[in-house]
Design a protein around this ligand. Structure first.
Ligand SMILES: Nc1ncnc2c1ncn2[C@@H]1O[C@H](COP(=O)(O)OP(=O)(O)OP(=O)(O)O)[C@@H](O)[C@H]1O
Ligand SMILES: [Mg+2]
Length: 566
């Protein structure tokens, strides 16, 4: 009797590997484009027909292959990229497993045309992984892989393919991150002869973003540049006020590799805490760099996940990186749409050159930031308009501040500190106030009594529905303690600010909103100056707690451009 165990034939093994690596046309495109990038291509062309179901073709002008290498490339575990397992540590190429081409070839009609020198070229034809022909031909230096009738020999898999439109979208989603990682490479993508992407080599990552998605998005982004220990985080974060509930872009790259990592995207979103409106999702592009031995890239068959040695550290640094990016005034909304395009300028073609938001000489940076020693100088308030906005001038431009939002931000940060520390200085009222509340409001007072005391309101139930107020905070000279407390308690009872994650923040935001200077309130010059000084020493001066800007700015350069002086 023969044994029951047999070694699988290489073709069956390839088809099984294909099950993991090749899920749909988009995964074929991803593998082929990665190979082209690994081959040092400067221009990559992707063509698909019928969502990639009938045809996928990827052409590059990379280093190509000799006939012997081409023949090897389609056999399993043949790779030019690593030689031993130790090379996996810090591997810098996209590929290293040597299984993509044989896996793809095993489930399609596959043609490879390649030339290492622009003179001799090889054409290799396989059907279902079986070699049909090898011949000499001509081609410029580079490689073209054509994949027809994907899954023709796997009917079950073929049935799982979605509509051409859905598969096409997936192909675009597969090429986009690769085009983002390599702004120096030209990409074109056509689907049934329609051009879906056509981007030239770009000098800077922001230019590539601009080419892919247009100004409307690019102008809402501020640069991220942050390092902690071995980890460097670069990229772009959308201004909180521009975040929308749907359609955001979210990309994470680790050592130049696009990965799917919701955990890190969530960490980045945590960096937006207290600046975005509930439900709004900012666009985020995060490029992480860390030493090769701190991350394992060989944990997912399609390399869509990586394993960090310490992912909580990575998450914390990502959160900090976003906070830092939103802090400086370069993160304030521009008055005209010329913000990020200017603000993130400079630098070379790589993500490592995305300049820090606080980099000196950034044209949209109006004021010295806390990060720029010496201590921030107060800008000169020029005037208050509509009793609601304060106009300032600085060396590099003009800023308009919403007095209510600005004060709200200042109070919010102050209250968060007080709640963590010893509480606010309160004033004992010479004549205690007696205020009436509804039953749900009394309940809210009861629940929040400790927090109310910490911000300065010491309350005591009186009789029936009345409460006596013994002390009150004094956030500004025109503060109306009774009105603030009534509005605050009504908000607490009504559950406003439900979007903020934690109870302290919810309370702080509610208090800040009700205690802040209102719109329509006339201010003296000194009061405006004081408010501006406080705002500039806040951690996130440019964003209020409802997802709106506190400052809009007009860079001097923009004025000069408008008036034809630049
Ligand atoms: N477009 C190309 N230009 C030049 N060489 C290529 C190209 N595509 C593939 N090759 C060569 O063929 C080999 C096999 O490619 P394949 O994608 O199967 O494996 P890999 O890229 O090494 O690893 P992985 O399976 O992780 O992608 C590569 O190592 C490379 O040497
Ligand atoms: Mg590969």
């Amino acid at each position: 009797m023969t044994g029951r165990i047999a070694v699988l034939s290489p073709r069956v093994a390839d088809q099984i590997a294909a099950g993991e690596v090749v899920e749909r046309p988009a995964s074929v495109v991803k593998e082929l484009v990665e190979n082209a990038l690994d081959a040092g291509a400067h221009a990559i062309r992707v063509e698909i027909e019928d969502g990639g179901k009938s045809l996928i073709r990827v052409s590059d002008d990379g280093e190509g292959m000799s006939r012997a290498d081409a023949e090897l490339a389609v056999s399993r575990h043949a790779t030019s990229k690593i030689r031993e397992a130790a090379d996996l540590i810090g591997v810098a190429t996209f590929g290293f497993r040597g299984e993509a081409l044989p896996a793809i070839a095993s489930v399609s009609r596959f043609e490879l045309v390649t030339s290492p020198d622009g003179q001799t070229a090889t054409r290799l034809h396989l059907v279902g992984g079986k070699r049909e022909s090898v011949e000499q031909t001509v081609r410029q230096r580079g490689t073209t892989v054509t994949v027809r009738s994907l899954f023709f020999n796997l009917p079950a898999r073929r049935k799982f393919q979605r509509t051409p439109a859905t598969e096409t979208r997936a192909v675009v989603e597969a090429v986009t991150p690769l085009a983002l990682t390599r702004p120096d490479v030209a990409f074109t993508l056509t689907s049934d002869e329609r051009t879906l992407m056509d981007v030239r080599p770009a000098a800077r990552p922001i230019d590539r973003l601009h080419a892919l998605w247009g100004r409307t998005l690019a102008d809402t982004l501020v640069p991220i540049a942050h390092r902690e220990g071995p980890l460097e985080v670069r990229g772009f974060a959308q201004r909180p006020a521009d975040a929308k509930p749907a359609g955001r872009k979210g990309y994470v790259f680790v050592r130049g590799r696009a990965i799917r990592d919701l955990f890190l995207l969530r960490a980045a979103e945590a960096g937006y805490r207290s600046t975005v409106a509930p439900g709004d999702r900012p666009s985020l592009i995060l490029a992480l760099d860390l030493p090769g031995d701190a991350v394992d890239v060989n944990v997912h068959p399609a390399k869509l996940e990586v394993r960090f040695r310490d992912r909580f550290f990575v998450a914390k640094v990502v959160e900090d990186a976003v906070r830092h990016a939103l802090g400086p005034l370069v993160a304030a909304a521009p008055l005209v749409g010329a913000g990020a395009g200017v603000g993130v300028g400079g630098g070379g073609g790589s993500w490592a050159d995305v300049p820090a938001a606080s980099a000196a000489g950034s044209p949209t940076e109006l004021f010295p930031t806390a990060a720029t020693p010496p201590a921030p100088r107060s800008p000169t308030p020029l005037l208050q308009v509509f009793d609601s906005y304060i106009v300032f001038q600085s060396e590099s431009g003009v800023a308009i501040v919403d007095q209510h939002s600005a004060h709200e931000r200042v109070l919010f940060e102050g209250v968060m500190r007080q709640l963590a520390g010893n509480g606010a200085p309160a004033q004992r009222l010479l004549l205690p106030l007696t205020l009436e509340f509804t039953a749900p409001e009394l309940e809210a007072i009861d629940v929040h009594r400790e927090l109310l005391a910490r911000v300065g309101f010491e309350l005591e139930p009186f009789s029936g529905r009345s409460v006596v107020v013994h002390t009150a905070p004094n956030p500004h000279p025109r503060f109306d303690a009774a009105r603030c407390l009534q509005e605050l308690v009504a908000d607490l009872a009504g559950g406003r600010f439900g979007g903020l994650a934690n109870r302290l923040e919810r309370f702080a935001a509610t208090f800040a909103c009700r205690a802040a200077i209102k719109a329509g309130q006339h201010l003296e010059l000194a009061e405006m100056g004081e408010l501006m000084t406080q705002l500039l020493s806040a951690t996130l001066p440019a964003h209020d707690v409802h997802g709106r800007p506190t400052i809009v700015q007009l860079a001097r350069g923009e004025l000069e451009r408008r008036f034809g002086r630049a």
